[in-house]
Design a protein around this ligand. Structure first.
Ligand SMILES: [Zn+2]
Length: 359
């Protein structure tokens, strides 16, 4: 057998890296080389065994560092397996910390535009007791630490936001118990289609119930994202193909995008326009990437919120529903079930402030 035939045989034996592992590696490394952070990476088998597709054995490397890690130079490689492991560990830890900070920022806004209580409850009810309790402790600690930032932004504080006050503490206590409706919140008339969703703003309890419930939904979201850090939408988009994207279906996703919400109406028109859809658009070379979200207009926060949802920069958290390749072949449509959408973050929630961007 000649050398070419041997190589051919070897190539056939090499099992492909499963899509789920590939996409996990790419996102955990923010699509960048773990040594030099250059984007456009190849996947390297650290132990040199192409059949070992365990996540721990794979590293994202740029072409140059891939060469250095693969080619033998005298008796040793220029970039040794243990060095690659160290780079991988350090870079992935940095990416994980950034991802957490980014999501914190995107769920921490000044104004709620939309909340989806049934889907928030659905996600919340899936948390195992111990996970939920640990997450509540994390959130309580984080809120205490954010107090200073909020005082600085006091001018925007016209709406209930999680802060270290009695109502936030009561929300945290209810979340800790796994309650879907906080027992201390006064009951007022709810929406005909969702009696738990307060719509009656009349005194004495209307405003308290309406804003208190809004606050509670925000706290539940923070508990969810403390339990499982959402993947930034731009990271899913950077995967570039629907098969890799779909391995994240069902995961929490964070976003900050300009909304195009042509059909978004005021909540009072709910009976005539029960649903609307929101879209984000991205061009990636010749490809058009669309992200769609279905909204139930009864959960749009207010008339002003509806206006903002039609065209403004929004941020929030949702559940990624998957990606479809369109008829134009190059186009991909992603879907997100929105849990909470708002406006304004506390820090650098814009992706341009980070080293990641769409390729
Ligand atoms: Zn590199």
């Amino acid at each position: 057998m000649n050398a070419a035939a041997k190589r051919g045989k070897k190539t056939i034996k090499r099992p492909p890296i499963p899509a789920a592992i590939q996409s996990k590696l790419l996102i955990e490394n923010r699509h960048a080389c773990c040594v030099c952070q250059k984007v456009r990476v190849q996947i390297h088998h650290i132990d040199g065994d192409p059949k070992n597709n365990e996540l721990a054995n794979l590293a994202a490397l740029c072409v140059d560092h891939h060469d250095m890690a693969s080619m033998q130079l005298g008796l040793t490689k220029k970039l040794k397996p243990n060095e690659v492991r160290t780079y991988k560990k350090e870079w992935e830890a940095r990416c994980a910390a950034d991802m957490k900070a980014l999501s914190r920022d995107r769920e921490n806004f000044f104004v709620t535009l939309y909340k989806n209580p049934p889907r928030i409850r659905e996600q919340f009810s899936r948390l195992p007791d111990s996970v939920r309790r640990a997450a509540v402790v994390d959130v309580a600690r984080a809120i205490a630490g954010e107090e200073k930032d909020k005082l600085k932004e006091g001018g925007f504080n016209f709406q209930m936001l999680p802060r270290r006050n009695d109502m936030t503490l009561a929300c945290l206590a209810s979340a800790e118990k796994g309650q879907f409706w906080p027992e201390w919140l006064p009951r007022v008339q709810g929406h005909p289609k969702d009696p738990d969703y307060p719509t009656d703003l009349s005194p004495p309890n209307g405003m308290t119930a309406f804003h208190g419930f809004d606050l509670y939904c925000q706290i539940l979201i923070r508990v969810l994202t403390a339990a499982s850090v959402p993947v930034p939408l731009e990271q899913i988009l950077s995967l570039g193909n629907a098969q890799l994207m779909n391995t994240w279906a069902g995961s929490l996703v964070s976003f900050r995008e300009r909304a195009i919400g042509k059909g978004v109406t005021v909540p009072s028109l709910d009976h005539s326009r029960p649903t609307a859809s929101l879209q984000f658009r991205h061009r990636q070379g010749k490809k058009l990437l669309r992200t769609r979200m279905e909204l139930r207009t009864m959960y749009v926060f207010s008339d002003t919120a509806a206006m903002n949802l039609r065209s403004s920069r929004t941020c929030g958290i949702g559940v990624f529903g998957g990606a479809d390749v369109g008829s134009a072949d190059a186009d991909i449509t992603l879907s997100i079930v929105p849990l909470l959408i708002g406006m304004g973050g506390f820090g650098q929630s814009d992706a341009s402030g980070w080293s990641w961007s769409l390729r």
